[in-house]
Design a protein around this ligand. Structure first.
Ligand code: FAD
Length: 510
């Protein structure tokens, strides 16, 4: 964690959160005027067909995934099945060319370690719209990979309360980030293989064979699984039933207009007046709330995402879309074209993979997604150099440390004791959020953003130490309103006991 703290620079806009009441001058984007004053009957009449049908619109680029125009150095294609050929032997084989896999590949290879990265479609564009706090990418010197920055991130708690954080938030330019990481890989000598890994066999002499679906086998001293959340290669000691679900439906859309300020992104909009005339949706939303996340690019282009931050059981995806449709109608947003859509069905929290094990993991497969927020990208970009350092220390030296010692060192570089304990605290946050209804969530976030900004910015960037997380929790409790205190007292004691038990267990295992 010490390394991570050094990597990040102090926050801009410390303590600069503003707080508004509805009476203050125009803090809210306006709902569509016609609709907001109409009755249920006129609501139905006034919705245009275009709005009603936007859920049926298909993304225009849908069928043809975009690709990156680079000439990749491929793993020797002449040595198809001869695993003994040296051109098929690597120090490290990385499964997956997502953000985590490529970041680790470029970091490890920059020290002269021989790396191969396998992915069924290495040049395809990543499918998701990633966003980060701009300072996180600046501290990694990756700010040129951001394509749009909003100076303010707004949170709408209800119809009367909003907060505006003066911490710039940015969308990552997937093309720039992927191209940059790939170019670094290419100049460091990383080889690529276009296939899907189907099996990994571990052998004596500390080697692993990686079998691909095209029949090709590669040999490596270390295999790193960066194949994302649904990995089949990572093992767990505990059942994964304790995870939560983050469900979201997002669209990058051309719209006739929208009510949002162009210099503010909407980090969370918990208002629910759009469901006033939809009793069933409203009732469910009170129990398992969703919020709107929006990044306005110009007056006609916007990314909109209806999101369940974390829930268990999973909220039906169709319901998330219906809530979004109702919200957009209420805001008077007419969708003309969908340029991209994204479906988020993410498992968050739950147990960490068994530490150590013969396959190393990084990114979504390694449990790195922050259980209470779903963020991961900036953290992975920051952690990959740390993991690469441990790999290089073992494989880059003349003595070559392999087998169990290697696995132990690399796993502990990603998940040292302090980070494992911190993750327990973030998982506690996730479990608390799962148990709160809409009003509980609103009150909790009201308290959260009332704290010193060091705490809430640190929490959102997963950079609080266990000591800071403890003071943060105490502060939340002290500042909480009576109903929030009641929520904490009635819902959290078993969670606190479980968290303390897990932290004690981690300390004993260490
Ligand atoms: C919709 C969505 C939006 C998100 N938005 C954000 C965000 O804004 N900010 C943020 O911080 N985090 C975000 N996250 C969380 C996290 O950053 C992403 O999930 C991120 O993509 C994880 O990166 P990864 O490299 O671990 O895995 P992935 O991006 O899933 O990449 C895995 C790669 O491995 C390949 N692969 C899979 N199986 C195999 C196999 N058997 N053999 C070879 N290759 C294989 C896949 O083809 C893919 O290229 C988001 C997640 C989702 C689902």
């Amino acid at each position: 964690m010490g390394t991570i703290l050094k990597v990040f620079s102090p926050f801009p806009g410390h303590n600069s959160c503003n707080f508004f009441h509805s009476s203050s001058s125009n803090p809210f984007p306006k709902a569509h005027n016609e609709f907001s004053t109409t009755s249920s009957a006129s609501y139905r009449i006034r919705i245009s067909n275009k709005l009603t049908n936007f859920l049926d619109l298909k993304p225009e680029s849908g069928s043809k995934p975009k690709t990156i125009d680079l000439d990749l150095p491929w793993c020797d294609s002449n040595q198809d099945h001869n695993i003994n050929h040296p051109s098929l032997h690597f120090d490290v084989v990385i499964i997956g060319a997502g953000p985590a896999g490529l970041r680790l590949a470029e970091q490890v290879s920059s020290h002269g370690v021989k790396v191969c990265c396998i992915d069924p479609s290495p040049l395809s564009m990543w499918p998701y719209n990633y966003a980060v706090w701009a300072d996180e990418f600046e501290s990694l010197n990756l700010q040129h990979c951001l394509d749009r920055t909003w100076l303010t991130a707004s949170i709408y708690l209800d119809e009367n309360k909003a907060r505006h954080l003066d911490r710039p938030y940015a969308r990552v330019c997937r093309k720039k980030l992927k191209t940059e990481l790939m170019q670094r890989c290419i100049s460091n000598g990383v080889k690529f293989h276009k296939a899907k890994v189907s099996r990994i066999d571990h052998h004596e002499y500390f080697e692993s064979n990686v079998l691909c679906d095209d029949g090709k086998q590669l040999r490596a001293s270390l295999v790193v699984d960066a194949s994302g959340l649904s990995t089949p290669f990572v093992e767990y000691d505990k059942p994964r039933s304790s995870h939560g679900f983050q469900i979201a439906h997002g669209i990058l859309a051309e719209v006739d207009s929208h009510p949002f300020d162009l210099d503010k992104m909407v980090f969370m909009d918990w208002r629910d007046s759009h469901l006033r005339n939809e009793p069933e949706l409203r009732f469910n939303n009170i129990r398992t709330p969703t919020f709107l996340y929006a990044m306005p690019f110009d007056s006609n282009l916007i990314f909109l995402e209806e999101t369940s931050l974390v829930c268990r059981p999973a909220l039906p995806y169709m319901e998330v879309k219906q809530r979004m449709a109702a919200r957009l109608k209420h805001l008077g947003i007419g969708v003309k074209r969908i340029l991209e859509d994204e479906k988020c069905f993410t498992l968050i929290g739950g147990p960490l993979p068994r530490i150590p094990q013969s396959v190393m993991a990084i990114g979504g497969s390694s449990g790195e997604i922050q259980p209470a927020t779903g963020f991961m990208l900036a953290k992975t970009m920051a952690l990959a150099p740390v993991v690469a350092g441990a790999i290089v220390e073992c494989l880059g030296s003349t003595t070559k440390i392999r087998g169990k010692v290697l696995y132990g060192k690399v796993w502990n570089s990603l998940w040292p004791l302090n980070r494992r304990c911190e993750r327990e605290a973030y998982s506690f946050g996730m479990e608390t959020l799962i148990r709160l209804d809409l009003d509980g969530i609103r009150r909790m976030f009201d308290t959260f953003f009332d704290l010193d900004s060091h705490y809430y910015y640190g929490f959102l960037s997963s950079r609080l130490t266990l000591e800071e997380l403890t003071s943060f929790a105490k502060d939340v409790f002290c500042r909480a309103s009576a109903p929030t205190k009641f929520d904490i007292i009635t819902k959290c004691p078993p969670l606190v006991i479980r968290m303390i038990g897990n932290i004690a267990l981690e300390n004993i295992k260490n």
